[in-house]
Design a protein around this ligand. Structure first.
Ligand code: PMP
Length: 359
């Protein structure tokens, strides 16, 4: 057998949430959007395919130029300040490739998106985890003192859904020479974005995804906005044709249908806030989420909340064919469940199921 590089041999793959192949599940475990994409996406995909899919003979436009131009104009940026990827995971991977190595480290918050350590593991670089407290204040000085070259912040954070104030992010970017990546995978569901920072600083970039906000997780489309120099760096490491024709056509149509986008986002935010009130009525703790998911700490009939109670609720929901996410290997998250916001009737069913539990 050929040798495998030692750091890859010891690597653990990222564990995504379950994607059940059987039907009948209420799937609230991977933060997908419960609404279909805009009908214009459907038409754009059919138009791209034509009658015989002949367009697929040809490679796609290599840099997703139309998409870069559209995102730039929507955010008051230049085309050279936008880069598209095969999901924002790919964009994050390129950032880790370009800005970390055996000497240049990354830093992240704990808890946060568990893909980041996998990406630094693949690159054989290291990542420093800076703990968050339950007050969810951004530990600006600890992040800076970590000495990392790349600081990855999920905003709003996962799995709590809590958003950091823009001024705290500004303070972080202002005080460091390192590159701060603000992962806005869920910012469409929040009240503010970090885009204003792009006009103030060169050491910040913002990643986003179409997976949640535009109901296109199945197509893999993400992007990053930042200064030209960072985008140019990413263009040097990316696959030549990293976004396929169908994804480019669909993403463009999704961006153009802003009315549909805003309407869907508003519905999800309303459902989220109603769900939070219902959970609080049960007397359970739930973080004030600005994302399309919430983090709930369930209580048993004795009023106890701990890891075994959370696990019992996870399995109980699973037995009712409701799939949520349990992160048991982190003491911060082991007593709670992360629940994606689905359709209103699905969330009502979750509340009813919780209320009827005999745990
Ligand atoms: N960032 C965060 C914080 C996420 O939770 C996710 C989804 N797992 C992503 C990025 C990746 O999104 P995409 O589907 O665009 O790769």
């Amino acid at each position: 057998m050929p040798a495998i590089t030692p750091h890859i041999q010891g690597l653990h793959a990222y564990t995504p949430g379950l994607q059940p192949q059987s039907s009948g599940w209420i799937k609230l475990n991977t933060n997908e959007n419960p609404y279909p994409p805009s009908p214009k996406v459907h038409s754009a995909i059919l138009a791209e395919l034509g009658t015989d899919a002949t367009s697929l003979r040809l490679y796609p436009e290599p840099i997703s130029r139309q998409l870069r131009a559209t995102v730039a104009s929507l955010n008051g940026l230049k085309e050279s300040q936008v880069f598209f990827g095969n999901g924002s995971d790919e964009v994050l991977k390129y950032l880790v490739w370009a800005y970390t190595d055996g000497t240049l480290k990354a830093a992240m918050l704990d808890p946060s998106y568990s893909l980041y350590p996998v990406l630094t593991g693949i690159k054989n670089s290291s990542i420093i985890q800076v703990p968050l407290s339950r007050s969810m204040e951004l530990p600006v000085d600890k992040l800076i003192n970590s000495g990392a070259n790349l600081i990855l912040i999920t905003q709003p954070n996962a799995p709590t859904g809590v958003a950091f104030p823009l001024n705290d992010l500004r303070a972080l970017v202002a005080k460091t020479q390192s590159l701060v990546v603000i992962d806005e995978a869920y910012s469409a569901f929040a009240d503010e974005t970090a885009v204003p920072l792009l006009a103030e600083f060169d050491n910040v970039c913002i990643t986003r995804t179409f997976s949640k906000s535009h109901s296109l997780a199945g197509l893999r489309i993400g992007y990053v906005m930042g200064c030209h120099k960072i985008m140019d760096t990413l263009d040097r490491v990316r696959d030549a044709y990293n976004l396929d024709r169908i994804a480019q056509a669909a993403a463009l149509a999704a961006l153009e249908d802003s009315h549909y986008f805003l309407d869907t986002i508003q519905k999800i935010k309303t459902t989220r806030d109603d769900f939070r009130s219902a959970i609080e009525k049960l007397g359970w703790f739930i973080f004030p989420s600005k994302a399309n998911f919430v983090f709930v700490e369930p209580r048993n009939s004795k009023g106890e909340n701990n890891a075994s109670v959370a696990q019992a609720f996870y399995h109980y929901l699973e037995s009712k064919k409701i799939l949520v996410r349990y992160f048991g290997n982190n003491p911060f998250t082991s007593a709670g469940l992360r629940i994606t916001i689905g359709l209103p009737h699905e969330m009502n069913l979750v509340v009813k199921t919780f209320a009827e539990a005999n745990i």
